[in-house]
Design a binder for this molecule. Structure first.
Ligand code: ATP
Length: 514
């Protein structure tokens, strides 16, 4: 078994080799933490966004979608708290000169303790065999309990000192835990400092009159400032939601782990407006609904977990992450936050406009409360890609590389392959493509032996291969091969469209979220 680091490296090189993701401006040696999506990546990304948009906007009568500008009036970011509080605590190692996020150093330390618990579980499982009860073991084993207590103590202390902005204590914690720099191995740390993550830019022709602007660090504020416009023009009644997909920019201190942490990325956010006092009910509902959306893609229940926050952001009264098991461990994929009336009230204060809702049932005006769900498109992309890449041993002793992307979001749904490049087979293949292309993204492939073409399509993540051979000319049938099972069936050309639709149709996959 390759180790996790090797697996992650494979994912990155596979992404480049098969047209998914490359470093931005690679010919100039790249730009740190900025990436470009190439042909298959662009399709996968588009499909992920569509799968989200359909589930959130199209499937809910009371949710609408908008597309706000990236530039916003600078006061927006005063009101949202980003100018004052969108900081990360950074720390430098004096020997390696490497910069880290202080909270991430502590969280990585905690992850190591979690790994020890997992090791204990594995050991015990081996010892007790089928009789092993994991829940009981976790609740009673003294060593595991000790580790859990340690984790709780560390996270509580970190949460408390970050909340109190006690950066000296964050440094004390790093020292007490004897955390070393992964590069130099030394404990020679600077003090912890705050660093604002927003990118500044200027609007206007001359230096004297130009206004300072920020590139938006989240899409949420574009929704809040449009709350009344959308509510009034759509005559929406609470509870209702406004969804948006768009770019966001953060000057991340440590940008590593490929597209997990980027400086330019994309978010899919929902702000759900509700009656004050109902936030816990909606928060729980949205946690459940969002988890169902993830599970509908069939990437394995065990790969997801909730992580409820100890430390709450300045705007939240409850927050939880959906974490996914990336090759480097469980990490945040999506955040679900109960944002109270913080944002709308703050925009009321700064803009002097009323951002309230008249509730006809209660016969009163109020500033709605908000529950937010926020997921990074790129992180979702990485979750899909890393979970899908597999090396499989085949019965004949060979191995194949296959990208088992859920068929519904796979970039190319089918490849049409003429068995040979002559005898009229390419013409039939092109005719099939001309029929399929109205509904699906399909490709034509005639180079190399058919077995090699199958391997190539497996590695690119194409769920179906349709092979045209001499029998096709006689009886109008083709061979359809499934990527995952490698099963091959002979079906009529007329049945190809329906067969593909049944397996890639968003409708069938989204039904699982009901
Ligand atoms: P983290 O703690 O990992 O920095 P966050 O809690 O700051 O993330 P949010 O502000 O809640 O993230 O943003 C919502 C979602 O946007 C995250 O769950 C993640 O999927 C995505 N996201 C945030 N920052 C980045 C980034 N730098 N690159 C890619 N995706 C990101």
């Amino acid at each position: 078994m390759a180790n996790q680091e090797d697996i992650f490296r494979k994912v990155i090189s596979h992404a480049k080799e098969y047209g998914y993701v490359v470093q931005s401006s690679e010919i100039y040696d790249g730009l740190s933490a900025v990436y470009d999506y190439t042909q298959n990546g662009a399709e996968l990304k588009k499909n992920i966004k569509e799968y989200w948009w359909k589930a959130m906007v199209q499937m809910h009568e009371n949710i609408v979608g908008i597309d706000a500008a990236i530039f916003m009036h600078p006061t927006t970011w005063k009101a949202s708290g980003h100018v004052d509080a969108f900081n990360d605590p950074l720390i430098d190692n004096k020997d390696s000169k490497k910069r880290y996020r202080a909270d991430v150093l502590v969280e990585d330390h905690v992850a190591k303790i979690e790994a020890k618990i997992e090791k204990e579980v594995k050991k015990a499982h081996k010892r007790f065999g089928d009789a092993f009860d994991k829940t009981q073991f976790l609740a009673t084993n003294p060593r595991v309990l000790g580790y859990q207590e340690k984790i709780q103590t560390v996270l509580k202390r970190l949460g408390k000192s970050l909340e109190a902005e006690d950066l000296a204590d964050v440094k004390n914690l790093i020292e007490e835990l004897q955390i070393v720099c992964p590069v130099s191995g030394s404990k020679n740390w600077t003090d912890v400092k705050q660093f604002n993550l927003m990118f500044g830019t200027k609007l206007g022709a001359s230096a004297e009159t130009a206004t300072d602007l920020y590139l938006r660090p989240e899409t949420a504020q574009g929704i809040f400032v449009n709350f009344l416009n959308v509510q009034k023009s759509g005559r929406l009644k609470i509870p209702f939601g406004i969804a948006q997909i768009g770019k966001a920019f953060r000057n991340e201190i440590v940008a590593r782990q490929f597209i997990f942490r980027m400086r330019e990325f994309e978010q899919m956010e929902l702000q759900f407006f509700i009656r004050p006092g109902t936030q816990m009910e909606w928060y729980e509902k949205w946690k459940e609904m969002r988890m169902k959306w993830h599970l509908s893609l069939g990437m394995g229940e065990d790969n997801y977990r909730f992580h409820d926050h100890e430390k709450l952001a300045h705007y939240a009264d409850a927050a939880s992450d959906i974490e996914f098991k990336f090759p480097f461990g469980f990490k945040e994929l999506e955040g679900i936050h109960s944002r109270t009336d913080f944002d709308l009230s703050s925009h009321e204060k700064y803009s002097g406009r009323k951002l309230q809702y008249f509730d006809p049932e209660l016969n009163e005006n109020y500033v709605p409360y908000v529950v937010e769900t926020s997921i990074g498109v790129d992180r979702m992309f990485l979750a899909v890609l890393s979970n899908s890449l597999a090396e499989e041993e085949l019965e004949n002793g060979t191995t194949r590389t296959v990208l088992k992307i859920p068929a519904v979001i796979a970039p190319i749904k089918a490849a049409v392959l003429p068995l040979v490049k002559k005898d009229g087979l390419p013409e039939v293949a092109h005719k099939i493509i001309d029929e399929l292309k109205w509904d699906f993204n399909v490709v034509y492939d005639e180079k190399d032996a058919v077995g090699r073409r199958y391997r190539r399509q497996d590695a690119a993540g194409t769920p179906f291969c349709i092979t045209v051979d001499h029998q096709t000319l006689e009886d109008q049938t083709v061979t359809i091969r499934h990527r995952d099972s490698m099963e091959q069936k002979r079906i009529a050309i007329d049945a190809v469209n329906h067969t593909i639709a049944m397996e890639v149709g968003m409708k069938y996959w989204l039904k699982k979220t009901e």
